[in-house]
Design a protein around this ligand. Structure first.
Ligand SMILES: [Fe+2]
Length: 287
């Protein structure tokens, strides 16, 4: 194999070509893993994977989590969640539509948020469907020394519930939204994570907060916490920290949730189909 690794932007992301994820050896895996840790977002082009191969590759990075959304897991491989705006012959949705349109890092509402998310693109729409990423190491590094000192020992409160979050809207498409989020609040209590997270492998510090899941700062009153969060969030999405991924069919895109925030941008409509498989690799304590 002739693996090639090419930067996708000045801040984060790399493209890998010359690899078949059905047949790579351990040395190739080490190159992929090193690129993942360095570039934070990888796009491995031109893959032809069955569900088992996608899960096997994902498991090289850790334990693949079961999905909370059982309705849209793949029948023959429940470790895969289907993201799709397609419908079956009876007109029923076959996947999750428009997930994650506010900036976030996956599962930060959990005590142990996901380390890594892997998406395998089977079909892309003719327009839209772009995924935006932002480099939370770079965002932290660019903070003033005063701000770094101010947030060094602060913790953010993270909640799955949109009812507690003034920075996000509840989709009109979800008829039972209030009941849905109240059930979620009960099932998944809010958690605290450090605002400055140290990556357990690279040792680098990153900013760890997002408009989707961070709803307050522990120990600060609401106004002070909101003002600080607004400032950090606005800083974290400055253009110089960002990369926007325009998908091709057969891309495998994976990112490190410990140091990257992301969002989906939509912009496509049925019958223009976006269809992907997702796996999520379990994480550990945030510190
Ligand atoms: Fe996400």
């Amino acid at each position: 194999m002739n693996i090639q690794i090419t930067r996708l932007s000045n801040t984060l992301g790399a493209e890998i070509t010359g690899v078949d994820l059905n047949t790579y050896d351990d040395a190739t895996f080490e190159e992929i893993n090193a690129a993942y840790l360095e570039h934070q977002v990888l796009c491995i082009r031109d893959q032809n994977l069955d569900p088992e191969s996608l899960v096997t590759f994902s498991e090289r990075f850790g334990v693949v989590e079961p999905h909370d959304n059982l309705k849209f897991t793949l029948a023959q491989q429940p470790k895969i969640l289907v993201l799709s705006n397609d419908v079956d012959e009876d007109g029923n949705q076959i996947g999750v539509i428009d997930a994650g349109d506010a900036w976030h890092t996956d599962h930060s509402f959990k005590t142990h948020p996901a380390n890594c998310t892997i998406l395998y693109s089977l079909k892309n729409p003719s327009q839209g469907g772009v995924t935006d990423f932002t480099n939370m190491y770079a965002a932290y590094d660019a903070l003033s020394d005063d701000m770094k000192a101010r947030i060094a020992n602060l913790r953010g409160r993270h909640s799955i519930s949109k009812l507690k979050n003034k920075r996000v809207q509840i989709s009109g498409a979800r008829e039972d939204a209030v009941e849905f989020y109240k059930r979620q609040e009960k099932a998944i209590p809010d958690v605290d994570h450090p605002l400055v997270r140290t990556h357990p492998v690279t040792g680098r510090k990153s900013l760890y907060c997002s408009p989707r899941f961070t709803v307050g700062i522990v120990g600060l009153d609401e106004d002070e916490g909101d003002a600080l969060l607004d400032e950090l969030i606005a800083h974290s999405i400055k253009p110089e920290f960002r990369y926007s991924h325009h998908w091709r069919d057969s891309d495998v895109v994976m990112w490190d949730n410990r140091c990257v925030n992301h969002r989906a941008t939509g912009g496509y409509e049925y019958p223009d189909i976006r269809h992907l498989y997702r796996t999520t690799v379990e994480g550990g304590p945030t510190g």
